[in-house]
Write a new protein. Structure first.
Length: 388
């Protein structure tokens, strides 16, 4: 019996940890959970784990687990050092991809195309960059921390650099070129101890205000798919990576345009949530199987089309109302949908930029899927807490 530990985020029990725990329970692992907060959110970990530890019980957590995984890269140095022996993917990988500068250097070493960037370590570096003439737009990003658009700003003029840097806390940053993005694609891949790698269907990602709003099945050529898979394989093999990870790419100009690697998440990822319904096994199951060295089959897509929409900023009352109206629409319009699945994360409180749940739609009829998406967009646009 494998005792698996999960490190959660500072903001409370997260949905990634919950899905990982549920997948492990299905695979009969014994779960130990750790959420690195003093107070636990309403999404109670006791519902889906055997035991919970807080920060003062790190030693007990370590002793009571065989392997430790994580649902966030934002883990303190102290915690990483104490748990390093059992962390998987290993602490070195976690360190590599929790710092944007180290991440970029790694991609550059592998000769993978990425947007142009400058490293800003301190105020002295600002003068070097400000002294150059740029005919481009730039994005300033904190090297550590930040997600869902947090910890970054767009600069229309390079003369705003100092003020922007100070507004982000005057800390280690990257100044990255804003490229003309046609679309963003992400590839979710799982590598096993044998070196075998399996890939999930590739979604296109749609953002609103820097937050992932939707991941859906795109029109994508075999040439582009092969390029994404070969790049993922190159990275994972170089790292000797074990488990599931997500790699995001910017595609420029059109469906056959240049691919630039944006970033890598050394864990399961929001853009892979569609796999819960759309595939014969989901990203959480493959992650647990790889970590625990369990057998795993190839990924199969069960339906031609899929769409996963994050429910951002909804209260539970609005979520229930959305379900009712959306189900009525499906029935009234007689849409050909093979799967419609709602997820509510039980987070409290609801906030305008917080992911409160998600909805997955799968179909073999593209027209029905698009109609369902359009109506869902209308419903969400009417909620006062949702993104507009």
């Amino acid at each position: 019996m494998i005792k698996l530990g999960i490190i959660g985020p500072n903001s409370g029990a997260g949905q990634l940890g919950r899905f990982l725990a549920l997948a492990a329970n299905r695979l009969t692992c014994s779960l130990q959970a750790h959420i690195s907060v003093q107070t636990i959110s309403s999404n109670s970990v006791e519902d889906w784990t055997d035991e919970h530890f807080d920060l003062s019980e790190i030693d007990s957590f370590f002793k009571n687990t065989d392997l430790i995984i994580y649902e966030t890269e934002s883990i303190s140095l102290e915690l990483k050092e104490k748990l390093a022996e059992k962390l998987i993917p290993q602490a070195e990988i976690l360190n590599q991809f929790s710092n944007r500068f180290q991440e970029k250097l790694f991609f550059r070493q592998l000769k993978i195309k990425i947007p142009e960037f400058y490293y800003l370590k301190n105020a002295e570096n600002l003068k070097d960059v400000e002294g150059k003439t740029f005919g481009k737009q730039w994005r300033l990003k904190n090297c550590e921390g930040g997600y869902d658009g947090k910890g970054q700003l767009t600069l229309d003029k390079i003369s705003f650099l100092k003020a922007s840097w100070e507004s982000l806390g005057g800390q280690e940053c990257l100044l990255e070129e804003e490229v003309p993005i046609f679309r963003e694609l992400s590839i979710i891949s799982t590598r096993f101890k044998s070196g075998e790698i399996i890939h999930f269907p590739i979604p296109v990602n749609i953002y609103k205000r820097g937050i992932l709003y939707r991941s859906r099945s795109p029109k994508i050529s075999k040439k582009v798919q092969d390029k994404l898979k070969s790049t993922s394989k190159k990275i994972l093999n170089k790292l000797n990576y074990i488990g599931t990870c997500a790699i995001e790419f910017f595609q420029l100009e059109n469906e056959e345009g240049v691919l630039l690697l944006n970033e890598l998440a050394p864990r399961v990822h929001n853009s892979g949530h569609f796999s819960l319904e759309a595939c014969n096994q989901d990203q959480f199951e493959t992650h647990i199987k790889a970590i625990c060295d369990l057998p795993c089959s190839e990924i199969e897509l069960k339906f031609k089309y899929f769409s996963m929409t994050n429910l951002i900023g909804l209260t539970e009352e609005k979520f229930e109302l959305l379900k009712q109206k959306f189900n009525n629409f499906i029935e009234t319009e007689k849409l050909e949908l093979e799967a419609v699945q709602y997820y509510w994360y039980h987070k409290s409180p609801a906030r305008s930029l917080r992911k409160m749940g998600h909805l997955t739609i799968c179909s073999n009829c593209e027209e029905s899927l698009i109609k369902a998406e359009n109506f869902l967009d209308e419903l969400l646009s009417l909620t006062e807490l949702c993104l507009t």
